[in-house]
Design a protein around this ligand. Structure first.
Ligand SMILES: NC(=O)c1ccc[n+]([C@@H]2O[C@H](COP(=O)([O-])OP(=O)(O)OC[C@H]3O[C@@H](n4cnc5c(N)ncnc54)[C@H](OP(=O)(O)O)[C@@H]3O)[C@@H](O)[C@H]2O)c1
Length: 255
């Protein structure tokens, strides 16, 4: 059986990816911090889909723990990597301790860079494999520092996709809009500030992303409404984008 490694697979978009990959017949390596929750997730996926699940408990913002995860790409073949783990922040840049800002930069940018690098070396040697980097529609907008990190993920992935296509390795940035997960509760955001039609379902999002990966897309923006938003953002004045981008954030705290 081929093997896929998913970061942040215990809930939300990562959990939807883990389920989808298991349904597609992949054995899984599951990586996040909460070991008990990882084991529950692994047991549930094995019971439902009959695939093997390996658990790697690691805080990816810790360089020693991240190195253990990078090592996993050298000890056995990984055909698909989903770089998904992430968190958002309610407060703007200037109100957070710089260490918290650096942790977010580490998880959303540095970890994506290092795990992608570790994953693609053996993929290039084998001439096959895929990396999905979970970015965000926010990367096309101006939603706090989060937009800067996600813009990096999208550009990084699209650039790699061009270079690696001829080597048989697919790289895709998945850019979701608002998705029902634990993300907003964890950051303390009031979800009722976002209109209901803006919310996506994680399983439907991942189904659409998987189709886009099979079609060879470098950037996937699931759902017609978010495709339109991304298109409109290219032709909209910066100041207007800034107003729309901060939807759901405390007006006093918009960065
Ligand atoms: N939800 C949205 O509206 C939305 C929209 C666009 C993009 N995204 C992106 O989608 C990705 C997944 O978000 P989600 O909404 O599914 O979030 P979520 O429900 O909060 O899940 C986050 C996952 O990441 C893991 N994680 C967090 N910090 C970690 C760390 N330091 N090391 C290892 N694992 C860590 C969590 O497990 P532990 O806590 O056990 O570590 C959990 O499994 C993120 O990159 C996010 O930026 C989300």
């Amino acid at each position: 059986m081929p093997t896929a490694l998913v970061t942040g697979p215990t809930t939300g978009i990562g959990r939807a990816f883990a389920n989808k990959l298991a349904r597609e017949g992949y054995d899984l390596v599951l990586v996040s911090r909460d070991e008990a929750r990882l084991k529950e997730t692994a047991a549930d996926i094995t019971r439902r889909y009959g695939v093997d699940c390996e658990v790697l408990a690691a805080d990816l913002t810790d360089s020693v723990e991240l190195a253990r995860v990078e090592e996993r790409f050298r000890t056995g073949p990984i055909e698909v990597l989903v770089n998904n783990a992430g968190f958002g922040q309610k407060k703007p840049f200037w109100e957070n301790p710089v260490d918290v800002e650096e942790k977010q930069l580490d998880l959303l940018v540095r970890v994506v860079l290092r795990l992608t690098h570790a994953a693609i070396q053996p993929m290039i040697e084998r001439g096959s494999g895929a990396v999905v980097n979970v970015s965000s529609v926010a990367g096309f907008l101006q939603r706090n520092i989060y937009s800067a990190h996600k813009a990096w993920v999208t550009t990084f992935s699209a650039g790699l996709a061009t270079g690696l296509h001829a080597k048989g390795v697919a790289v895709m940035a998945l850019c979701p809009g608002f998705v029902h997960t634990e993300f907003h509760e964890r950051m303390g955001m009031d979800k009722s500030l976002i209109p209901s039609f803006m919310w996506l379902d994680a399983d439907e999002l991942v189904e659409a992303a998987w189709k886009d990966l099979q079609r060879g897309k470098a950037i996937s923006v699931p759902s017609r409404r978010y495709k339109l938003i991304v298109l409109a953002a290219r032709f909209t004045p910066r100041a207007l984008i800034a107003r729309v981008s901060t939807m759901g954030l405390d007006p006093r705290r918009r960065a």
